[in-house]
Design a protein around this ligand. Structure first.
Ligand SMILES: NC(=O)C1=CN([C@@H]2O[C@H](COP(=O)(O)OP(=O)(O)OC[C@H]3O[C@@H](n4cnc5c(N)ncnc54)[C@H](OP(=O)(O)O)[C@@H]3O)[C@@H](O)[C@H]2O)C=CC1
Ligand SMILES: CC(C)(CO)C(=O)C(=O)O
Length: 306
């Protein structure tokens, strides 16, 4: 089974690397700078589960036009449109797409670009970032990737992919309820990245001094999602509070790490899309609005390429 990873950063480099590490047929779609890094120093992972330096296969958007069975998409949301154009050279009508982006809006973009049947659901829990030298730094042990079919007629390729992932040094899970899981992860990350960027603090201090804000933002998001008809559990807010309460004091969100690097954030894909749903369904979300305003002001102050 031929696997292509589009987005060899903190997420794709980690999970793709863990598959390559056990000899699976993984290729990384990369641009020039990343290609040079990977060829000169290998795919480097620093992790509580053991470091790795892997020699990996790469292709670029203009190289040969092979088709892959599975394409894992792990770019940022604002890079997705270009990534889709590049990935298209390497897919056919049987290729299954597994996106690992946070959020939900990208599913529509992908279904439009490929076909409804080709797009699976996916998400991950991992605290990782890529440092300036291209090394993937995982800072806490959780490394869970969940994927699964979004409709009943699922491709056997997903099952095959699950079977060949089992030995990888990562928790890779096939879920029959991936859509519901994605909405819950979306609730969690929109809230957690929102408060960690608003208070510019890891979760420990926020839990101690601003737990009411955390509860409020999860509740606002739950109200928006419920109004939009998302498949949420009755205790969705409590579940997110529990997840947050189990995290270490030092835990940060990837959006917060991006902000610390002065990089672009996924605010419009995460909080911005929720606020669009809130406006559409007439739901009030004052704290989420403040969080989004904070991210918008940040985006106006930093000189990243817009
Ligand atoms: N990091 C984390 O801890 C977590 C992140 N997520 C989510 O995962 C997604 C990915 O995040 P993350 O891995 O942190 O992001 P990174 O910025 O670390 O990685 C994105 C990678 O995608 C590459 N890329 C972008 N466009 C293309 C393209 N057209 N062709 C080839 N490569 C491309 C970038 O390469 P280049 O250098 O060439 O731009 C970069 O290496 C996001 O939606 C994020 O919210 C989810 C859970 C945890
Ligand atoms: C909260 C966390 C680390 C969980 O994977 C995450 O999804 C992110 O920071 O983007």
């Amino acid at each position: 089974m031929k696997i292509l990873v589009a987005g060899t950063g903190a997420v794709g480099g980690y999970f793709g690397g863990r598959l390559a590490e056990i000899g699976r047929d993984v290729t990384f779609l990369v641009r020039e700078k990343r290609k040079e890094q990977l060829h000169s120093q290998g795919l480097q992972i620093s992790s509580p589960h053991g470091d790795a330096v892997l020699s990996v296969s790469t292709i670029s958007d203009n190289s040969s036009r092979d088709s892959f069975d599975i394409v894992i998409i792990s770019t940022k949301a604002y890079q997705l449109e270009k990534a889709i154009q590049d990935v298209k050279h390497f897919t056919d009508s049987e290729t299954m797409i597994i996106p690992l982006l946070n959020g939900i809006q990208h599913l529509d973009t992908l279904k439009e670009a490929f076909s409804e049947e080709q797009v699976a659901g996916g998400l991950c829990f991992i605290e990782s970032t890529m440092n300036s030298g291209g090394k993937i730094m995982q800072s806490s042990p959780v490394h869970r990737m969940v994927f699964g079919p979004l409709q009943a007629n699922w491709s056997n390729k997903l099952n095959e992919f699950y079977q060949l992932s089992k030995e990888a040094k990562a928790e890779i899970i096939l879920s029959e309820e991936i859509e519901e899981e994605m909405w819950h992860k979306y609730m969690f990350i929109a809230g957690m990245s929102g408060v960690t960027t608003l208070f510019r603090s890891p979760v420990g201090l926020i839990r101690t001094y601003a737990s009411t804000a955390v509860l409020q933002v999860f509740q606002e998001i739950a109200d928006i999602m419920a109004a939009a008809g998302a498949p949420l559990k009755n205790n969705a807010v409590e579940m997110q509070m529990n997840t947050l309460n189990q995290m270490s004091d030092k835990m940060k969100s990837s959006m917060q790490r991006d902000m610390e690097k002065g990089a672009q954030t996924e605010a419009s894909h995460l909080q911005g899309y929720l606020l669009k749903l809130a406006a559409k369904h007439g739901v009030r979300a004052p704290l989420l609005t403040t969080i989004h305003q904070n991210l918008t002001i940040y985006s106006q102050q930093y000189p990243y390429e817009k």
